[in-house]
Write a protein that binds this ligand. Structure first.
Ligand code: PGA
Length: 252
């Protein structure tokens, strides 16, 4: 039985003054959700503040990226060890916004996932196709290519220390989520691919869905057999919405 995880990707939102109210509400809500795990993935500068509000709560926290390098002359980068210093459990790698805006390729995403695992973090590895790729019938080849890079670099045993997130690019921030059938199809295919390498790892792997998840569609998505939670962008910035998604996951 896989537990559900609802992870809030704040993206480049938040402020030192505004964050405490959101963090305190999320921490209080997490205490009422026994069967679902919550996490927030905040901008680097807010990690210390996030830790101070969430430490001792049942809500975990993490970052939205991590360097593939352990340390050194890498201007602007943040290592897994630094994230560990701030109590992070998770680091997102391969989010489509980084793939698109920063040209991150599969090889770099895989190297980041490896650095995270070796640094004691759980990478949340994002895969997903663009609308063009979907319409050309290439959804599975694209997500398999993205998954295989990570699988090859980590080896299937270390995949057990990751979380996978399927985020169709056309569903992110658009208000247009994948249909339950579309999401379930890709989740099942991703799980099957990992299971083919190691059945135990595949069947235990948490696979989150991301892309316009909100309270109104969460119950249906979270009730699907291969969906083990959500990576929530916009709706994670309002505590009520974020916690409603958590409650939907608990009911599903
Ligand atoms: P969204 O973002 O929920 O705002 O669509 C999801 C994500 O990018 O992780």
């Amino acid at each position: 039985m896989r537990n559900k995880l609802i992870a809030g990707n704040w993206k480049m939102h938040g402020s030192l003054v505004g964050n405490p109210a959101l963090l305190q509400s999320v921490a209080a809500g997490a205490a009422t959700l026994a069967t679902v795990s919550l996490a927030v993935l905040v901008p680097f500068p807010y990690l210390a503040q996030t830790r101070s509000h969430l430490e001792g709560s049942s809500c975990a926290w993490g970052a939205q990226d991590v360097s593939d390098q352990p340390g050194g002359a890498f201007t602007g980068e943040v290592s897994a060890a630094m994230l560990q210093d701030f109590g992070c459990r998770y680091a997102v790698v391969g989010h489509s916004e980084r793939r698109a805006r920063h040209g991150e390729q599969d090889g770099l995403v895989a190297a980041k996932a490896l650095a995270a695992v070796e640094g004691g973090l759980t990478p949340i590895v994002c895969v997903g196709e663009t609308l063009e790729e979907r319409e050309a019938g290439n959804t599975l080849p694209v997500v398999f290519r993205q998954l295989d890079a990570v699988l090859d670099t980590l080896g299937v045993r270390r995949m057990a220390r990751t979380v996978l997130a399927y985020e169709p690019v056309w569903a992110i921030g658009t208000g247009r989520s994948a249909t339950p059938a579309q999401a379930q199809e890709v989740h099942a295919a991703l799980r099957q691919r990992v299971s083919a390498a190691d059945w135990v790892v595949g069947s235990g792997l948490q696979i989150l869905y991301g892309g316009s998840v909100k309270p109104a569609n969460a119950l249906e998505l979270m009730g699907l057999p291969d969906i083990d939670g959500a990576l929530v962008g916009g709706a994670s910035l309002a505590a009520d919405d974020f916690l409603d998604i958590g409650r939907a996951a608990a009911r599903a």
